[in-house]
Structures are given as C-alpha cells and as structure tokens.
Design a protein around this ligand. Sequence first.
Ligand SMILES: Nc1nc2c(c(=O)[nH]1)N[C@H]1C(S)=C(S)[C@@H](COP(=O)(O)O)O[C@H]1N2
Ligand SMILES: [Mo]
Length: 326
Amino acid sequence: MSSKNLIIPASEITPQAAYEDRRQWLRLMASGAAGTALATWAGREALAQTPGGGKLAKLPGARSAVAGGLVLEKPTSYQDASSYNNYYEFGTDKADPARTAGTLKTKPWTVSVEGEVGKPGVFDLDSLLKLSPMEERIYRLRCVEGWSMVIPWVGYSLAELIKKVEPNSKAKFIEFTTLADKAQMPGLRGGSLDWPYVEGLRIDEAMHPLTLLAFGMYGEVLPNQNGAPVRLVVPWKYGFKSAKSLVKIRFVEKQPTSSWTKAAQQEYGFYSNVNPQVDHPRWSQATERRIGEDGLFAKKRPTLMFNGYAEQVSSLYAGMDLKRNF
Ligand SMILES: Nc1nc2c(c(=O)[nH]1)N[C@H]1C(S)=C(S)[C@@H](COP(=O)(O)O)O[C@H]1N2
Ligand SMILES: [Mo]
C-alpha cells in the first residue's frame, strides 16, 4: 500500500497546503495543534455547499480531533445522502426508506448494553447524547454494492461508551442489534433478511477511535432513513457493517453472526473490510461509483484499501490473510 493511494485528487474546496501534505495534516489534527485555518476549513466550506435539510433539530459538533476524521473530499449533497438509502426494514429500493421511514418512532428510545461488562444497563437517548462531546466526522461510506458517498456525521467514538461500561476479559466481540418492529417497518414483512438486523465487530475494531456512534449528519439529527436516532459508522468497512437504529449492544466471547453473513455466507464475511483486491463473488470491488459525480452508472473511482483509512486501521489486521478473512 503506497501512501500515494491515500491522496485523493484535490477538489475545488481543498486548500493546496493541506492537500500537499495530508500526513502532516493528520498528525496536526491528531495532536490538536492544527492552526485555526486548517482546523476550520473543511467542514464549514463543505457544509456551506451541502446544507442539511434544515427541517430537523440542529446537532452541532466540534471539528473532529481524530486522525482520519475529516476527509478532503467534497461531501455528497444532503439530498442524495437522505434519499438514496439502504435500510431494508423500510423496503429494498433505494428510494423506499425516505418514503416510508417517517413512521419510525425515535422517542422514547433506549439502547440496552449487555453481556460481558462490569456495568451493564439501559441507556436512554438523552443519556447517550450527553455521554461525550459531539464531533463532526467527515467519512467516506463505501457500500458493498459498488457505490460511495462522503458524509459529515455527528457523534463520538463508540470507545467512549465502551469505556464507561467496563468490558471484562471475556468481551472479545460486540454484537449490535437494531430495531425490528413490524408495526413500524413495512420491510419486515419481506423475507430479504433474518430480522432483527444484527452486526458485529471485534472488540479492538469497536474501540478504534474512527468507529463512530452517530446521532446526526450535516449538522442535524439523523433523518429516520439514515438510522435515527443512533447508529454505528465504521468507515473502513462496507456500509452494511454500519448498523442503523441501534437498540442493543452486547459484549460476547464468540464471534457473532451478522444478518448478511447468515443470508449469504460466501458473499458477506464477518470482517468486510473495504478491499479493492478482494472481489465480491458477483462483481469487482476495484472501483466505485461516487453518488453525485458524473457518469451515473460508471464505476470510475478507484476503491482504496480500507476505504482510504489504511494508515489508521491496517495494524488491526497485521498478519491476517485478508482474502480468507474477507
Ligand atoms: N438496520 C439496518 N442498518 C443498515 C442497513 C439496513 O438495511 N438495516 N443497510 C446497511 C447498508 S447496506 C448501508 S450501505 C448503509 C447505508 O447507510 P445510509 O443509508 O445512511 O447511507 O446502512 C447500513 N445499515
Ligand atoms: Mo451497503
């Protein structure tokens, strides 16, 4: 993996200095020593071009201090990010969730934290919102289907919650379960997946600072179709690992089986790290189509190892055969 692959062609919103030395910039951001010019350009400029819907409650977050937490690429428009969705509980067409997720009741909401932890408990949404300061993270999102977006999320590292509940030595993995309520979710009548939607991470993946517990996007609370009121965002993995509308976080000893693995074991592995060298059995993963870019059906953009986050996460997989552990 050469560092060249990590450098994205400059868009018009990319200040030349930052673009020329991305490593240095990331280091500055990580140390919190970035000057105000560097620290404030990305989100503000970008968000000025792609405002939120303006209809939902504001949820501001400070610039991310996490290395890799701000991508030097133009965010996808709010319109696209909130109308082209995968949320099978609300239907399998990309336009279904925006049409039908209005029925999702996000208040009151609780997330149950269970399993191998010293301090299990049921968190209501208010206590989760207050648990740690919010950050704005601008991440690439790469769907396993071959399309991608750039989304400014608002939330904090999942690690903040994990530390509070004190995992014990048996906590090797985390299983995430999302809401499954037939009364609210028309897609549950279809048999596309085994409900509820379940995902999993290894504990060190879950603890990685890039792994985000997200409550908002584009400076506002999450629209229902994007996984309100709280979801996971794991930017170096295919989008389906980023489970929406979380209701349960369970610390376990054995590797959980995710819904997509259950549905097609040979196609969707546990790790599902973005990897241009490991193709899906039915299509190439070498390139992707960026939603909002020219060429609606052209997969023109090279897909980056770990979705461009190799510098931050490759050490998690040192010595692993990423083809076998796909
Ligand atoms: N509960 C739930 N979470 C989910 C999904 C889903 O169908 N149900 N789809 C996943 C897939 S395949 C992708 S690509 C992302 C899409 O997130 P977005 O619609 O916010 O872009 O959500 C993921 N999380
Ligand atoms: Mo996806």
